[in-house]
Structures are given as C-alpha cells and as structure tokens.
Design a protein around this ligand. Structure first.
Ligand code: FMN
Length: 488
C-alpha cells in the first residue's frame, strides 16, 4: 500500500477513528522489553559523573549515552500498577523502538553488534566481529510494530515512525552530552539482524529503520568493512495471544523501505557538548496544564529558534532539506497576540498558496501571524478533544510536504522522523525552561486541514504537540530507574 493511501485510510475523523481494536485488556499488553535468549549479557555501567567519561569512547561513555537516550528515567507507581518511563518518549508508552550498538574496538567492550536492554541497562551480544582498526561506534534503530498496533491498530505505523524521530533526537542529544557528533549513514539492511528469520521463528518481527555513526573526533567515515557471521540469540515473543491482525502495517512498511541514497550532509557535526543531562533525565510528558500560566516571550522564541534547520543539534543528524512546518495555536505567551501562527522552515512558496487565502501573513520574527483568534476551542477539538491542547501556553500541528512521496515513498517515514525530532526539541527545551511538553499523536487530520483551508495532499498534518506549565498528579509515586544498580 502506498503511503498516501495508508495515510488517508488511517486518518481520525470527527465521526470515527481509524481502524483499531474494539476493546483493550491492559493485562495483556505486549512485553515492552525485547530480549535475545542465548546471547552473552553484559551489564553497562551507570556513570554518575558524566564529565569524567565525556570525550573518550569507553564502555562507561557508551553506557552513559545509552542511559541518556534509550534508558529508563524512572519507575512510576499508582495503586497496584507500576510502569517504567524512558528518556525517549513513546506514544502510549508502548515503546516499539529497539536500539542496537555496533562497537568496534571500544575500550571495555567486545567488538560486535549488541542489542540494548533498557530494563536492566545491559547489552546482549548478537554478533561478535573481529576488528583491529581504530575505535568506531554506531547505533541502529528498528521497530516492533506490533507493540503499537496492539493498542492503536492501523494508525500504529505512524506512531512507530514518530517514536523513531524521538529516539533519533534522544540519541543525538545524548551524544552531544558525551561530546560526540552523530549522523545517519548508509548501511546494509540486514546489519541489525532483523532479517534473520531463523532468530524470530516464534517472535514478532522487527523492521529495520536506520543506522547512525558517532563522530568521535575523526569525522563520519561510513559503514565499516566487517564480516558479520557469528550471530547468536533468539528473539522473545512479546505477545503470546494477539487478538487482531492489521495487515496494512506490513504493507506500508514494505512500500516505504528506502531505495534512494541518503543526501550528502553539508557542514560538520556540532561537537560542542551541551549540558542537558538534567533535562534529559527529568523529561516527562505533561498530563494536565495550568490554564492560567503565561509563558515568557523570550522562552517561546528561543524554542522557535531551535526548530529552525541548520547545523545545530539535532538537525546536523542528516542532510535532508526541512519539509515539515509547524502551525502554532498561541494561547498565552507574554507580548504575543493569541492566534494562529506558522513557522515556514524552508522557502517553499507553495506553502502560502496551499493555505486559506484570507490569512494575514504578518511577520513576527521567524513566525508569520496567520489570524488573530482565541484558538483554544479549535486546538482542543482537532487534537481529539484533548484538553492538553487548549490549556497549555501553545500547541501546534506539523504540516509535511507530501509531494516528495511520489518519487520516494520512503520519505513518508523520514517526514515523521523530522516531526518526531521537532517534538523532541520542544520536549527538552520545555523541560529546561521549567515547563513541559506532550506529544499528540491523536488528532483529527482533515478537521485540522479544513481549518487551515488545505485541500488535496500537498500538505498533510503528521504530528501535534503542546507546551505549558504542567500540573503534576501527586497520587503517582516516582521511583528510581535502576534501584538495584549502584552508580559507578
Ligand atoms: C508520538 C507520540 C504521540 C503521543 N500522543 C499523545 C496523545 O495523543 N495524548 C497524550 O496525552 N499523550 C501522548 N503522548 C505522550 C505519551 O503518552 C508519553 O510519551 C508516554 O506515556 C511516556 O511518558 P513520558 O513522555 O512522560 O516518558 C505521545 C507521545 C509520543 C512520542
């Protein structure tokens, strides 16, 4: 199924949601942790003092990077229920994204491909590799679609892609904390072992998504010449009793596999370490907002600045032209009139032609004011009537340019990754400013399009987001992420 047909079919509409399960039994939730039985398990260190491990690649710094990106950030408890949170957010906290590390000659680590298990912060050696050369470090991401499809049905492929965008952002910021660059590179599609049917005989398949190289100081040099033939381990089954099947997910996954080469990246990687560890570990989604809080103007505009493309983190991760444009519902920002605003992230003139002809296009810094209005009601309605979209300081929808899908259907995934990256920038910027964000995957696609005067498929909304002053639920207890482990 081509991605545009999939996108249309999985729209939530005011009169009905995309196809999904009729009922959910939470006690039957798929296992959120994949493991490979028969692999060597290596516990990773949890360095307390990141500055001591920064810069030099070692098992400690890799441990730190994984903790700050894909690791657990807390356990939460409410009554008899207990659930883990991670540094990377995920739709419904279902975590379809799996992370792999290819470490070559990293001090303290066996060279080879490892699978990361966030539950106990350990690695499983999937394939040992012999390597005599210099130290190199790579990361790979894949998705277990069923984890999301279990709850969200056909729309789940979109959520898996948005989650990959957040995982990309998580890895990029964590690499920066360690003083490293990170960049998407070409790799063989079977590098993560996800195409080895024999290792998934009784387990849900994983879909390869992307591969990254860390710039440890010697630049980005591309996929290394290695032989991978010592595979170990069998994947665990995450759902013994699946109640539904959603074949369109595999169909769209198939039609959106990458065939075109990645664009060359211009400019280097931003290597200057950022001191974001506190915001990364503290990042949470707000579940409710203070509906009277006004956000400071300069905080808002510094967030906007970070959404703009360039060689800054995290946009140095690839060489793609930006194709996703946020449209803001501004509710309460000091010195900024409430209304509808857009941040064009490239100079595509057709953006203007595709939106309501009555819009004002009055310049406000990098933004354009489209209409003065109290948008709370409409923001809430288009975001599946969720109050988090109206009680925050601002919320937004992200419009993606879909024309590129005709020549390269894989960009459907990449556009969602770009949107997920934007969400991640906002999550961390909000956290650092004492505010909070929440990703919004549930929105009424065409209701939002109609509101903006969009018809046709040139621009489509692919993700919504909201930022404000959170109200915390004190009934929920927070516990440490790795209570059994001593920090080294
Ligand atoms: C792609 C995506 C879509 C999401 N959609 C919603 C949503 O529609 N409504 C909501 O309340 N939270 C939404 N969330 C927030 C998740 O529920 C949250 O990330 C997850 O429960 C983990 O909690 P944490 O972010 O505090 O770690 C979304 C998150 C992501 C990454």
């Amino acid at each position: 199924m081509n991605p545009i047909a999939y996108h249309d079919r999985t729209k939530h509409r005011l009169d009905g949601y995309a196809a999904g399960p009729d009922t959910l039994d939470w006690s039957m939730q798929p296992d959120p942790f994949r493991t490979y039985k028969g692999t060597k398990r290596i516990p990773l260190p949890l360095p307390e003092d990141i500055s001591a491990v920064r810069g030099n690649p070692s098992v400690e710094s890799v441990g730190s990077l994984l903790q700050l990106s894909m690791g657990l950030s807390a356990w939460k408890a409410y009554g008899p229920d207990k659930w883990a949170l991670r540094c990377n957010p995920s739709s419904g906290n279902l975590h379809p994204t799996e992370c792999y590390v290819l470490a070559l000659n990293v001090p303290g680590m066996e060279s080879g491909l490892h699978h990361y298990v966030s539950l106990d912060h350990s690695l499983e050696l999937r394939c040992a590799v012999s390597w005599e050369g210099e130290t190199r470090l790579f990361f790979g991401l894949s998705s277990i679609h069923w984890r999301e499809a279990w709850k969200y049905g056909e729309r789940a492929f979109r959520y898996c892609q948005l989650d990959i965008g957040h995982a990309l952002g998580s890895l990029r910021y964590a690499a920066a904390v360690l003083g490293w660059g990170l960049c998407m590179i070409e790799s063989p599609e079977d590098v993560l072992g996800t195409t080895r049917m024999e290792d998934f005989t009784d387990a849900e398949r994983e879909e390869y998504d992307l591969f990254l190289e860390a710039d440890l100081g010697a630049g980005i040099n591309g996929f290394p010449e290695i032989r991978m033939n010592e595979w170990k381990g069998k994947a665990n089954r995450i759902d013994p009793h699946p109640m539904y099947t959603w074949p369109v997910i595999e169909e769209v996954a198939h039609s959106t596999r990458r065939k075109m080469p990645l664009p060359t990246r211009t400019g280097g990687t931003a290597m200057n370490g950022i001191h974001a560890a506190k915001a990364i570990l503290g990042r949470r989604s707000a579940q409710r907002f203070d509906p009277s809080h006004f956000m400071r103007n300069e905080i808002f505009f510094s967030m906007i600045e970070r959404l703009l493309p360039g060689n800054a983190i995290p946009w140095d991760i690839w060489g793609f032209e930006p194709k996703v444009h946020p449209v803001f519902f501004v509710h309460r920002i000091e010195g900024l009139e409430p209304g509808l605003y857009i941040l064009p992230r490239n100079d595509n003139a057709s953006l203007r032609q595709n939106l309501n002809r009555d819009f004002l296009w009055e310049r406000k810094g990098p933004l354009y004011l489209l209409a003065r209005a109290d948008c709370r009601q409409v923001a809430r309605v288009v975001s599946c009537r969720q109050a988090i979209a109206s009680e925050s300081c601002f919320s937004l929808g992200m419009l993606a340019e879909f024309l590129i899908l005709a020549s390269d259907p894989w960009r459907y995934r990449q556009l969602h990754w770009e949107a997920g990256l934007m969400g991640h920038v906002l999550y961390l910027a909000a956290e650092a400013a004492g505010l909070r964000g929440t990703g919004i995957g549930c929105f009424f696609d065409d209701a939002f399009h109609e509101f903006l005067g969009i018809s046709g498929h040139e621009l489509q909304s692919i993700y919504h987001f909201t930022v404000g002053m959170p109200l915390t639920d004190n009934r929920i207890t927070t516990l440490p992420p790795y209570p059994e482990r001593r920090m080294t």
